[in-house]
Design a protein around this ligand. Structure first.
Ligand code: SDX
Length: 386
């Protein structure tokens, strides 16, 4: 443990994956993994999902306080004014292979924003505000644009008269969404907005600590979120449920998977040793959608899998995480499976930017050490003698 900066009291201990090792101090989000409690700037995520909006929660995460009506209206209007993306970026996206994964398209297009706005006035609050507005506003437009481009269509321009969640669903599906669907989608964005020092947020803070621009910070985080052990799991959960096929196959499938030491997608968490509180809320949102728009038999299969896994993996503290039910919500909203993780990225851009701003407020470049396990010093043998 380092008693003071640079003075080692005892030998440092290596923890794989930095498990349990504080890598920063942060006031953005708190997780009680034993009780299953998640709060953003002190507000419980259940209350925010039920009473707030994604943009209001974004403001809270980034500036630390809930906005008043005037501040929120100004932020919403700024975001609405910056939704459009340069034709140059749209043309660049048209050159992407249509079979490419939307997360790769998002990472490339997010990084390209730095070509247009790279001025790094990181000590200027107006620059910070402008970068936050641009990224929050343009990430959804780019996700929706690639969806239409890969279908051979021209992207749909954002609509100024639609709220954030409705506008995204409109740009994606070419139809104005049902108000309940838009409300539930907005709640999903709140639930995915922030989660302390997860892998992609850690990437964001490490990248931010070099004082690069915020577009590179978000591009770095998008690349990290894409992995199947992190944000990519939501896409794999549906494939897993479809592989199981029917409720009578759940237990034999699960027993085989555990015997083969496979990771059950949508289960387990480094912090939570109980059911992820976001999974609890997402399950209720899924049920609301099914009540209004028709049932999904995969949901019954998911419930059966959750019960079977509780018996077998619950004693190890392995329960559903945020990714287990989110895909069933998005599927009922008509969203293609390979867009589930880009939607996670739309939401988590709020958390990444909150951590970017916090890192800048008390910055020291990340540069941990290592335990060397390679060769001792040795002479170089000329190639003719090897
Ligand atoms: C997200 O960190 C965050 O906050 C992430 C996130 C966020 O909001 O940013 O919450 C979003 O990434 C959710 C997680 C999505 N990923 C998955 O659903 C993939 C499946 N889950 C696992 O890969 C795993 O649970 C992790 C990656 C989520 C957590 O991994 P850990 O903490 O490194 O745990 P581990 O792999 O070291 O496993 C510890 C033990 C092992 O058993 P033993 O070898 O000790 O006997 O638990 C077992 C693992 O085999 N285990 C699982 C399991 N997860 C852990 N066994 C079966 N299925 C699983 N899903």
């Amino acid at each position: 443990m380092v008693a003071e900066a640079g003075i080692q009291a005892t030998a440092p201990v290596y923890r794989p994956g930095l498990e349990g090792v504080p890598a920063t101090q942060s006031a953005v989000c708190d997780i009680d993994g034993q009780q299953g409690i998640l709060s953003y700037r002190g507000y419980r995520v259940e209350d925010l999902a039920a009473q707030s909006t994604f943009l209001e929660t974004t403001y809270l995460l980034i500036w630390g306080e809930l906005p008043d009506a005037e501040q929120l209206a100004a932020f919403e209007q700024e975001v609405q004014m910056h939704r459009r993306v340069s034709f140059r970026i749209r043309d660049m996206m048209k050159s992407f292979p249509s079979q490419g994964h939307p997360m790769d398209a998002l990472q490339a297009s997010a990084a390209s924003l730095g070509l247009f706005y790279s001025r790094r006035a990181l000590d200027n609050p107006e620059y910070i505000y402008g970068a936050v507005v641009r990224l929050i506003a343009k990430i959804p437009t780019m996700v929706a644009a690639f969806q239409l481009i890969r279908k051979g269509q021209d992207p749909i321009q954002p609509r100024d008269d639609l709220a954030y969640a409705s506008n995204f669903l409109y740009m994606l599906t070419e139809q104005e969404p049902d108000p309940l669907a838009a409300r539930i989608f907005d709640a999903c964005l709140i639930l995915h907005a922030e989660h302390s020092l997860n892998a992609s947020t850690f990437s964001a803070r490490v990248t931010a600590s070099t004082l690069t621009d915020p577009y590179a910070v978000v591009a770095s985080a998008v690349g990290t979120l894409a992995g199947p052990l992190h944000g990519g799991a939501n896409e794999d959960v549906l494939e897993m449920l479809e592989e199981i096929g029917s409720e009578d196959q759940v237990e034999p499938w699960l027993d085989r998977a555990i015997a083969e030491k496979r990771k059950i997608m949508g289960f387990g968490h480094r912090e939570y040793k109980v059911k992820d509180p976001r999974a609890v809320i997402l399950q209720k949102l899924a049920e609301q959608l099914f009540d209004s728009f028709g049932h999904d038999p995969l949901y019954d299969l998911a419930r059966k899998l959750e019960a079977a896994a509780a018996e077998r993996l619950g004693p190890k503290g392995i329960y559903p995480n945020v990714d287990f039910y989110s895909g069933l919500v998005y599927r009922k909203l008509g969203i293609p499976e390979d867009l589930f993780t880009p939607i996670f990225a739309i939401a988590r851009t709020a958390g990444w930017l909150a951590h970017w701003k916090e890192q800048l407020g008390a910055n020291r470049i990340f540069r941990p050490t290592q335990i060397y396990t390679g060769y001792p010093s040795r002479e170089l043998t000329p190639i003719e003698d090897r």
